[in-house]
Ligand binder design. Structure first.
Ligand code: PHE
Length: 341
């Protein structure tokens, strides 16, 4: 039995197949039940043992040869398929990528983070608290009892008789003292605050503050002055000077107002209203009454506190004349503040 011609025909059939489907047809033709090989296998049981031995080997070699042809053809069309897909969906990896619109850090966030960074480096902790605050923490424990005239300065949004939108972040300091009962603390309290102001170029009913509190043994006015000097120079530049003026806050005694020398090098200009200095924050030595109301022994601890308005600092630093720019989300304004932390 000469199987060579069948093998040659099978080889050419497999070579002419151009798809997996074609190949399976050719496979059925030569390896299927109804193929020459299939029928030969069927007949095997009728052969004598000698014949079976001879034809068995022949049929097996034939089958292996056909399977090799099949595998080769299958690989060839699979490769062709991959090649085709690669050329059809050509991806040019040298094309420029999509341009995503990247936002910028809001100037108020930028200033806040710069100030936070300074105080973190000085070993302070950042503390936060609720924006809806109780009267007791916003006023009473800060030595502003009910009907105290200084409450007038904090035009407040009351929610009910006991709760209001905090008018400063000082209540976070009250909370921290009450909670920690520690005689040593260094904290800053950034956050949103609210006052019943009519919105205009320099007032907003909602604004941001950063307040600071340091308590410990022998904390004094010199510590406060040194800290504020560093703060002013960090924000506005090393060439700036500071000046303390007496002031009044119920929670500090004595109290001061901090001025920083103007960018005009004290020559006088419209920004400083020709005084050479600009007021930037309030501060003072913590009133003993506040310590007592927060559960600390006023004879054992001293401390200083300060509070600044982030918008005011940002307006001075970026030479802005209208506070509303911070809140109106005009991209032409916001995009000017590239970079930052
Ligand atoms: N809490 C004050 C305010 O909002 C600022 C301040 C804080 C003043 C700490 C002195 C000491 O007006």
């Amino acid at each position: 039995m000469d199987l060579k011609p069948i093998l040659l025909k099978a080889e050419s059939d497999f070579n002419n197949a151009v798809s997996a489907l074609n190949i399976n047809e050719v496979k059925a033709k030569y390896l299927g039940k109804k193929s020459f090989l299939g029928e030969l296998m069927q007949k095997m049981k009728d052969f004598t043992p000698e014949e079976r031995k001879e034809y068995g080997k022949l049929a097996n070699d034939f089958k292996v040869a056909l399977e090799v042809l099949y595998e080769k053809a299958l690989k060839r069309v699979n490769d062709m398929e991959i090649e085709k897909r690669l050329t059809e969906n050509k991806l040019d990896i040298t094309l420029p990528g999509l341009n995503f619109n990247q936002g910028t850090i809001h100037p108020l966030t930028k200033i806040t983070r710069e100030i936070e960074d300074l105080f973190l480096a000085l070993g302070y902790e950042i503390k936060e608290g609720p924006e809806v605050e109780i009267d007791e923490y916003n006023f009473e424990k800060l030595n502003l009892p009910k009907n105290h005239p200084a409450r007038d300065m904090h035009d407040s949004f009351y929610i009910d008789a006991h709760r209001l939108l905090r008018t400063h972040t000082s209540p976070v300091q009250v909370r921290t003292m009450l909670e920690s009962q520690s005689n040593e603390l260094k904290i800053i309290c950034p956050g949103k605050t609210y006052r019943r102001d009519l919105d205009d170029a320099t007032h907003s009913h909602q604004f941001m503050q950063i307040e600071g509190l340091v308590i410990g043994p022998n904390i004094n006015m010199a510590n406060l002055k040194g800290t504020l000097d560093l703060l002013a120079k960090t924000i506005f530049g090393q060439d700036r000077e500071i000046r303390l003026r007496p002031s009044y806050f119920p929670f500090t005694e004595p109290s001061v107002e901090l001025d920083v020398s103007c960018q005009c090098q004290k020559q006088g200009c419209p920004i400083c209203k020709y005084t050479g200095f600009i007021e930037i924050l309030g501060a003072g030595i913590v009133n003993k009454k506040v310590f007592a109301m927060c559960g600390l022994d006023p004879e054992k601890v001293q401390g200083f506190a300060f509070g600044l308005g982030v918008e005011r600092i940002a307006m001075l630093k970026y030479k802005m004349n209208n506070l509303r720019h911070f809140y109106t989300n005009d991209l032409r304004f916001l995009k000017q503040f590239k970079g930052g932390l």
